[in-house]
Design a protein around this ligand. Structure first.
Ligand SMILES: C[S@@+](CC[C@H](N)C(=O)[O-])C[C@H]1O[C@@H](n2cnc3c(N)ncnc32)[C@H](O)[C@@H]1O
Length: 270
């Protein structure tokens, strides 16, 4: 085994990272091995980076089997309230969607208002966000494609999409290494720019070059506690300005207590 293979194997045998897609583990392990050739330290640093970019957002236990049953029951009951309640319940189990939950209706209504009816979504670094589909202005028969790095989460999201009657599906892959991006009317990169920047600062600009669609919805997390919020707004506005620099885009800005969002409209029609 090469050094890289043994670090990847050691990380994937640890229960917390066993379901992370191998592409991401290889990506992170190769960066960490370049910085520190010691096997033990590289394993530790790889796990710590995976925690930062993905693990830290999840609850300790993700009860995908139970949640699917809850959704199936709600779907079979025919009650829209029961379906919404089940979705809200599940959205509480990842910190990103939990923070958005109090404003979820208003958020999607406002940020997607300039788009009108949405026929196709590509949700990159989706987490549990596809479960908020109920509050998005999706057209009848809309297509929803979602990407994340946990095999079990992606299976669950795929099953959810089928239950919700949405076309498309969920894919387990490291989006920072995508070489082509499926076409979609709206691409979501919700709270995932800072995460991808931690892996590779050139990943997001590259993804934005590959995007084939009319709109990209980019957002950043804000923290309202303490005096940090102003600083975060400034930092993320600067990152957004950098990403949009020299592009013929129209950028609309939306600020909420826990999230700063930008709807980028490219010149590509769809
Ligand atoms: C801050 S959360 C945002 C989740 C969701 N977009 C939202 O706003 O509710 C970041 C998400 O990106 C995923 N992620 C991290 N690195 C990734 C990568 N290289 N490729 C795909 N997804 C990634 C994590 O697993 C996590 O679900």
């Amino acid at each position: 085994l090469s050094d890289l293979d043994s670090v990847v194997e050691a990380v994937l045998t640890s229960p917390r990272y066993a379901r992370v897609c191998e592409e991401l583990v290889v990506h992170v392990a190769s960066i960490e091995l370049q910085k520190r050739p010691s096997f033990k330290e590289a394993v530790k640093a790889t796990k710590s980076k995976l925690h930062q970019v993905a693990g830290s957002y999840l609850d300790i236990r993700m009860e995908y089997g139970d949640w699917l049953e809850e959704l199936q029951r709600a779907g079979a009951s025919g009650s829209a309230e029961a379906w919404e309640a089940a979705c809200r319940d599940i959205l509480r189990h990842q910190s990103s969607t939990r923070e958005r939950l109090p404003i979820v209706e208003r958020f999607y209504r406002e940020v997607l208002e300039p788009v009108g009816a949405v026929h196709s979504v590509l949700d990159l670094g989706c987490g549990l966000n596809p479960l908020a589909a109920r509050w998005m202005p999706l057209a009848e028969g809309a297509e929803y494609r979602a990407y994340d790095v946990y095999a079990d989460m992606v299976d669950f999201v795929g099953a959810f999409l089928r239950l919700a009657g949405l076309r498309g599906g969920a894919v387990c892959d490291d989006v920072s290494r995508l070489t082509d991006v499926p076409p979609a009317q709206v691409v979501f990169m919700l709270k995932c720019v800072p995460v991808l920047d931690q892996l590779d600062r050139s990943a997001v600009p590259r993804i934005l070059e590959l995007v084939d669609g009319a709109h990209v919805l980019i957002s950043f997390p804000l923290q309202s506690l303490g005096g940090k919020k102003k600083g975060m707004v400034r930092t993320y506005e600067a990152r957004m300005a950098q990403l949009a620099s020299g592009k013929p885009w129209m950028v609309r800005r939306f600020e909420y207590a826990t999230e700063l969002a930008f709807l980028v409209s490219t010149s590509m029609g769809r």
